[in-house]
Write a protein that binds this ligand. Structure first.
Ligand code: SAM
Length: 379
């Protein structure tokens, strides 16, 4: 099966996963927080046998060594990612007997070993064969082992996809890839600076989010899909954002908390719209109408990229107008301001006018909760 993400990385010899790790202890704290939200304390990594799939340049892997894992097997199919990882580990003086890098697809990785912890962050949503890969990962897990995966939601990427639409439109006459990257980095670097905690290099953010054709490839892979893929032989440990509550009595071990979580997911999903947005909880019917609006707008963005047909912009504007009343009624002021600015920007672009993103301060500083992480433990 074609892996468009890898085709793209290989075409340009890139592994756009580099992070600013000048302050390593801050980097480790960020990783610790992610796993704490996922219900995994640092001590769980001590002496653990770990499999990481798609580690890219290995920046996140450093935390496992720091927390005292026994050994890490790293399956990375991108040659540039493998080179970056080797350089990084050498620079960080990671002893070579603590890890093994396998330069291959996870689909082709064969071993009799089972792992205590499997981490597969940032790639399931952008491949076509999610189910096949998940079954494979499940088969490699020890009894009572832990697995962490990443989901992407069309609600969480809405703001980013509008930024992408603008970026693609502004660079449609630039033919050389590196020139596009440079131009867009100039535009988006100041925007990324507004988001506290960003560690990815702006240039790599542009390559991975603004110019990566694979973002439109995979089937939507939400937290809800993930929960349904991991059936009765797995328990949910936690998620980031930490969005699920469970009021069931601890002794009621028969309680179907997964069903409850799936219900909560639909009601709370619009909270992904902005990274710093307070929780939104809506009645399911109302939430579903809004969710469909955002999905349709995100799908139209993907279509616009293929054709550059102004009609697609107009269709997005029309959907935004139809959703206006529902958004004003249900969502908080911060998002309403962003939404208004997006509408104005798209209207200008539709008319063929130029825009300056600095003139839209709310949209300028806005980012969605683009990725969600969830962890499971094998019963
Ligand atoms: C978006 S990056 C995520 C990097 C890192 N895990 C993170 O979360 O920052 C996805 C990584 O998965 C790798 N990858 C994609 N498909 C793969 C596959 N089928 N098997 C192994 N690695 C794969 C890519 O080469 C890339 O390094």
């Amino acid at each position: 099966m074609e892996n468009q993400l890898l085709n793209y990385y290989k075409k340009y010899n890139i592994s756009p996963e580099r992070q600013n790790i000048e302050n390593l202890s801050v980097h480790f704290e960020k990783r610790k927080k992610l796993y704490r939200q996922c219900g995994i304390p640092e001590i769980a990594f001590r002496n653990a046998d770990i499999l990481e799939v798609g580690p890219g340049g290995g920046y996140n892997t450093l935390a496992f060594f720091h927390w005292g894992c026994k050994h890490a097997d790293l399956v990375e199919a991108n040659p540039q990612g493998v080179r970056d990882m080797q350089d990084l580990f050498a620079k960080q003086h990671i002893p070579v007997d603590r890890y093994h890098i396998f330069e291959c697809l996870i689909e082709n990785y064969n071993t009799n070993q089972k792992y205590d912890i499997i981490v597969a962050e940032g790639f399931l949503p952008i491949i076509d064969n999610q189910e096949e890969v998940i079954v494979k990962l499940q088969s490699l897990l020890n009894e009572r082992g832990i697995i962490v995966i990443t989901c992407v939601d069309k609600i969480g990427v809405f703001v980013e996809r509008i930024k992408r639409l603008i970026g693609i439109l502004l660079t449609q006459d630039i033919m050389v890839y590196e020139d596009k990257v440079k131009y867009l980095t100039g535009i988006f670097e100041p925007q990324l600076k507004k988001l506290r905690g960003v560690s990815k290099l702006p240039e790599d953010w542009v390559k991975d989010n603004m110019l990566n054709p694979a973002v439109h490839v995979g089937k939507e892979f939400t937290l809800s899909h993930a929960i349904q893929f991991f059936e009765s032989d797995f328990d949910i440990l936690g998620s980031s954002p930490h969005m699920f509550t469970d009021y069931s009595w601890s002794k009621d071990i028969w309680y179907d908390y997964k069903k409850d979580y799936l219900g909560q997911f639909n009601k709370k999903r619009l909270s992904f719209l902005l990274a710093n947005m307070p929780e939104v909880i809506l009645p399911v019917d109302e939430a579903n109408i809004l969710i469909n609006y955002f999905k349709d707008m995100t799908d139209l963005e993907a279509e616009y990229e293929k054709t550059f047909e102004a009609d697609k912009l107009n269709e997005i504007i029309k959907l935004m107008r139809s959703a206006d009343e529902l958004i004003d009624r249900n969502l908080e002021e911060g998002f309403i301001k962003v939404f208004r600015e997006i509408k104005e920007i798209l209207l200008y672009l539709y008319k063929g006018d130029n825009i300056e993103m600095e003139n839209y301060p709310h949209f300028f500083a806005a980012f969605g909760r683009t990725q969600q992480y969830i962890s499971f433990v094998k019963k």
